[in-house]
Design a protein around this ligand. Structure first.
Ligand SMILES: Nc1ncnc2c1ncn2[C@@H]1O[C@H](COP(=O)(O)OP(=O)(O)OP(=O)(O)O)[C@@H](O)[C@H]1O
Length: 604
């Protein structure tokens, strides 16, 4: 570890509950360290701020009434002995501050340390000269929506037994709303006074997240409402968004998903997420995960009745469907990000990567377009050509979290919470975007690559700009023509027989299904996966085994095309189409990306 970090605070404290040993305790920008002051052989211990979720000042009624106790909650990554998997584990360290016989004086020291530790754990920069005046931000309350019937029906217990304790350690206040019927979350989000809340946290499956997003987008003030931060804790059977948030945060994804999601929620920044505006013949809706058709949709929908089997229902139905393999004729049209030649022999030649990419950007009404060199009208969208593309205009937000509800004991001797927090009117603020302390402490296990398209590339690109209006009307599908009309002339159309086709905009569709490894939360792209008929059954079986690692994208039978918009027109009348895991009417369907329009609580 770099030892150049400036020491911000230094003290000599006892380590609770050991009364005898005095410890040298130091705080730097990156960590708290403590080592036995009298024993050189004792190793130095580090608590990284990237792992710290909370810190409290407490008093004991029985132990030593003049001492003040500083408790730090942290969740470092540990390697499990069985299988070597990585997972965070809770650890608590309590320092006994007894610098004076006067409790008030010890409390004053304890609170100063707490304010600095909390600020650093929230990624704020603290300078030595600011230590006396350092204060923890007072944030807003979270609205927590729980579907008591999602998944195995344990969402409420999940929250009460684990999540709420972690939030309380972090001094995050919340109000619970248990949903009473399907559609309740949509109703809540439609009428909620958003200004009274910091954000909404969903403890359920993807179904309730879908309700929340569509509730926000159905408001007349959708343009600002959709900026409302959304967090999620896995409580259902399909928890793909939680999985993707954890994966993209670099958190372990194969153990303790509830703990890791709560950890990310506590440490979050508010980051943009793409939505896809979806149109069927009957309805318009907003999707955050995927649209599936053919084999993948069939397995998902038809295996519903075998939910009790858990994830093995997918394997069972996969075998069933492969044995009686269905082929579907369809017309699939799309607006590719880079030129696509449908007549080329193979997938690699069809997609030409290094020519001028296309990008769709949404600009709020207030944003000027001064930096755009020229513009032309293309299919109802203002198409703009700009040289030397720079990072797109979507604003990134970061935020801080939140104060307290009540104390929780990790030790029965320490009972009284004197952090000084009650429910506050909280304040959200943003900080400097470079955040070494946080990112350096993140585990490095997951191969999360930066996609050059999300940060701008050096290529000249064709940018299609859509200015969002705030006139109370629903958002316009500016890249789409009406379903009953032909697709725009700059789209590509393929007419063929398929096994499956999916529009994907998150890496994972479910555990063990890294369907679109290159997708990012806000890459502004739909990743269109197509498998045409003609693939031998044995190759199909082998191919599906590689979905777990994402290696299927290298198969010659799989086409992955990055697009901004697409249309699927199935020929027959029988089959399944799923949007975010929910069944929709079978028939023509189309969608376009809305880059970074929603806000989620995650880490990037
Ligand atoms: N109190 C309730 N009673 C019945 N249904 C509800 C209730 N609250 C929410 N729902 C509905 O339950 C559906 C499934 O919820 P959710 O997706 O969160 O859980 P899930 O277990 O992952 O389910 P699925 O796998 O079917 O998506 C949602 O579409 C939602 O509309």
């Amino acid at each position: 570890m770099a030892r150049k970090c400036e020491v911000l605070l230094r003290g000599e404290f006892l380590l609770f509950p050991f009364k005898k040993s005095v410890y040298d305790v130091e705080v730097t920008q990156k960590w708290i360290s403590y080592e036995n002051a009298r024993n050189d052989y004792d190793e130095k211990h580090y608590i990284l701020f990237g792992d710290v979720t909370g810190c409290r000042c407490r008093r004991s009624r029985t132990y030593d009434v003049s001492s003040c106790f500083l408790t730090v909650y942290h969740y470092p990554i540990c390697i499990k002995s069985n299988g070597g998997k990585r997972s965070r584990e809770k650890q608590t360290v309590t320092f006994d501050i007894h610098s004076s016989e006067n409790f008030e004086e010890n409390l004053r020291i304890c609170q100063r340390w707490r304010n600095v530790i909390m600020s650093l754990s929230l990624s704020a920069k603290v300078h030595k000269e600011d230590i006396e005046s350092c204060e923890v931000p007072l944030p807003r309350k979270l609205l927590v929506l729980i579907n008591p019937f999602s998944g195995p029906g344990k969402a409420l217990q999940i929250f009460q037994n684990g999540v709420s304790h972690m939030l309380e350690e972090a001094d995050i206040s919340f109000k619970l709303v248990v949903t009473e019927h399907a559609g309740h979350a949509t109703e809540v989000m439609r009428s909620l006074d958003l200004s009274a809340w910091y954000g909404v946290v969903i403890v359920s499956g993807d179904g309730l997240i879908y309700e929340v997003i569509n509730g926000l987008m159905s408001r007349s003030d959708w343009e600002t409402a959709i900026n409302f931060p959304i967090g999620c804790i896995p409580g259902g059977s399909g928890n793909a968004l939680c999985l993707n948030i954890n994966y993209l945060a670099g958190e372990p994804v194969d153990l303790n998903p509830i703990l890791h999601s709560t950890f990310v929620l506590i440490k979050h920044r508010v980051i943009p997420m793409d939505l896809v505006l979806v149109q069927t013949q009957k309805t318009q809706l907003f999707s955050f995960l995927s649209i599936t058709w053919g084999l993948i949709a069939d397995i998902d929908f038809e295996s519903e009745r075998m939910r009790v089997l858990g994830a093995s229902r997918f394997t069972l139905y996969f075998i069933k469907r492969v044995l009686s393999l269905r082929k579907y004729r369809a017309k699939i049209s799309f607006l590719p990000v880079t030129p696509y030649d449908p007549d080329a022999k193979n997938q690699k030649e069809r997609v030409r990567k290094f020519s001028k990419p296309r990008r769709f950007t949404m600009i709020r009404n207030s944003t000027t377009q001064n930096n755009l060199s020229s513009s032309v009208c293309e299919n109802g969208v203002q198409g703009v050509y700009r040289r030397n593309g720079t990072a797109h205009s979507i604003q990134r937000f970061r935020s801080k979290s939140m104060p307290a509800v009540k104390d929780i004991d990790h030790d029965s001797q320490l009972t009284e919470d004197i952090s000084g927090f009650e429910e506050h009117d909280n304040v959200m603020f943003s900080v400097d975007d470079t955040d070494e302390c946080f990112s350096s402490s993140l585990p490095n296990g997951n191969p999360v690559k930066e996609d050059s398209t999300s940060t701008g590339s050096d290529n000249t690109f064709e940018e299609m700009v859509h200015t969002l209006s705030n006139d109370g009307q629903p958002i316009k599908a500016s890249l789409l023509s009406p379903l009953e009309e032909e697709v725009p002339s700059n789209w590509v159309t393929i007419e063929d027989e398929f096994i499956t086709a999916c529009a994907l905009y998150q890496p994972y569709l479910g555990p063990d299904n890294l369907a679109s490894p290159e997708s990012r939360l806000n890459d502004g792209q739909i990743h269109l996966l197509m498998i045409r008929s003609g693939i031998p059954k044995s190759a199909l079986v082998n191919l599906f085994l590689t979905f777990e690692t994402g290696d299927h994208v290298n198969s010659p039978y799989v086409e992955m095309v990055k697009v901004l918009a697409f249309r699927l027109e199935p020929s027959g009348t029988e089959g399944n189409i799923m949007v975010d895991g929910e069944h929709v009417d079978y028939g023509p369907i189309q969608g376009q990306v809305l880059p970074g329009i929603a806000r989620i609580m995650g880490v990037q």
